[in-house]
Design a binder for this molecule. Structure first.
Ligand SMILES: [Zn+2]
Length: 438
């Protein structure tokens, strides 16, 4: 009899536990259903199309690739269809290279299904990103073409005419020089001139890789008036690209030509794929104090940074991958390995020279933050075989300079100064007559 009240108490506890369990179950379901979509974004580009779902908690996502017709089916668990998610349907642009349309539906009570109808077969990469900068949790779907584009092939195609023209001109110069010596212009008998005139120094087209910083999910620095670094630097980069295109012995290559994110190592890899003779990364600076001003030019440092500011700046620019959203699992380990292993002494020496030429030209009309090329560990400057510089064109965080950076005439002047700096550098350091690639 003594035991009876105890039993009753135990029974009562059991019931409570059951009840508690039930309540827990309910609230779990609530949380799962409560995952809220905060934003949906789509970033189309020739390289790949990225779709980002931003939510207040991490989403569980599964996917399958189907053919005939090509489509990608993505199921998101613990989600109810809401207007933000439905917006995605309207965000697909007709000129998206890979996605023709997106369909969104409540597949099961707590599963939302997204169907991407595709224009060609793709290799998807799905990954999630934890909150960083102004972003909450992000689920990212990168749709890469099954047959990736070859940047060198595209560049050779687009610059074929110029290459032929340069070869023709080199031949004509040689013949003219020969005729000047009163020798008959017979092709086989042409002697090699001891000191070639400047017009003959460039035996092949010089390739300049232009790298507009940030893009897509990564806006870069933002000015007080709301200007985004990614837009300003793309505009300056395109102006520089046009100017280089207008030169008979140079061709430009842009690491991105639209508003989309390119991981830092991919920018380096692209420049190496096209056999770039020079790599120029274009940025706009930001600092806590709004009066900081002037342009800076950076080269890579072997160890350490030439100043605390330089180190701070490198950390800021290197954070691009975190904010822009890089799929760590598929990170190009081959490039990373190469970058770590190879000696960069010669590259740094050339980069400092190229940087000084550019800095001098910019200093001709704009204030400089530092009078000499600074050095720091910028990830984007680590191609072991390409002289590489990073230009902070001005401080977007300085209201006066933000206004200048938005001014088209000022953007032209900056682009022109960079071009003149590049020409100064190559006049002193003509690239050897080899083709690194092709
Ligand atoms: Zn930047």
């Amino acid at each position: 009899m003594k035991a009876k009240p105890n039993l009753t108490r135990r029974d009562h506890l059991k019931t409570s536990a059951k009840l508690l369990g039930f309540v827990l179950l309910l609230s779990e379901a609530d949380i799962a259903f409560g995952a809220k979509i905060l934003g949906v974004r789509i970033w189309p580009s020739e390289d790949y199309t990225r779709i980002t779902l931003e939510s207040d908690s991490a989403l569980t996502v599964s996917h399958q690739v189907l053919t005939g017709p090509d489509r990608l089916v993505v199921d998101v668990q613990g989600l109810e269809l809401n207007p933000t998610l439905k917006d995605l349907v309207a965000k697909v642009k007709p000129n998206d290279p890979y996605v023709s349309q997106i369909r969104v539906g409540q597949f099961q009570p707590n599963v939302v299904r997204l169907v991407f109808d595709l224009k060609e077969p793709i290799k998807p990469q799905l990954f999630t990103l934890n909150p960083v900068a102004e972003y909450q949790y992000r689920s990212v779907f990168d749709l890469y073409p099954s047959t990736p584009l070859d940047p060198l092939m595209e560049l050779v195609k687009s610059s074929a005419k110029k290459e032929q023209a340069l070869e023709k001109k080199n031949e004509e110069d040689l013949i003219a020089q020969f005729a000047h010596r009163n020798d008959p212009p017979v092709a086989q008998a042409i002697p090699t001139p001891k000191e070639p005139p400047p017009s003959q120094r460039f035996k092949r087209l010089i390739t300049v890789a232009i790298d507009p910083g940030h893009g897509g999910e990564d806006p870069g620095a933002i000015g007080a008036r709301g200007s985004k670094e990614k837009h300003i630097v793309l505009s300056i980069a395109k102006r520089l690209s046009d100017k280089i295109e207008a030169e008979p012995y140079m061709r430009p290559y842009l690491t991105r030509d639209g508003d989309y994110f390119v991981p830092l190592h991919t920018r380096v890899r692209k420049a190496r794929q096209v056999g770039a003779d020079l790599f120029i990364s274009i940025h706009a600076d930001a600092f806590i104090q709004p009066h900081a001003k002037g342009a800076s030019v950076f080269a890579l440092s072997q160890q350490g940074a030439s100043s605390t500011t330089a180190r701070w700046m490198a950390n800021k620019e290197n954070a691009s991958d975190l904010i822009g959203g890089i799929n760590i699992k598929t990170k190009d380990s081959q490039v990373a390995h190469l970058l770590l292993d190879m000696s960069t002494t010669a590259q740094i020496k050339d980069s400092v020279q190229a940087g000084s030429s550019v800095l001098q030209r910019i200093g001709g009309f704009a204030p400089l933050h530092k009078n000499k090329v600074e050095q720091a560990g910028f990830a984007v400057l680590k191609a072991p075989d390409i002289p590489s510089i990073l230009i902070e064109t001005a401080f977007i965080s300085n209201p006066k300079e933000e206004a200048k950076l938005n001014d088209e005439a000022y953007q032209e002047r900056i682009a022109e100064a960079i071009l003149q700096g590049i020409k100064d550098y190559f006049a002193k350091n003509p690239p050897v007559a080899r083709r690194a690639t092709s």
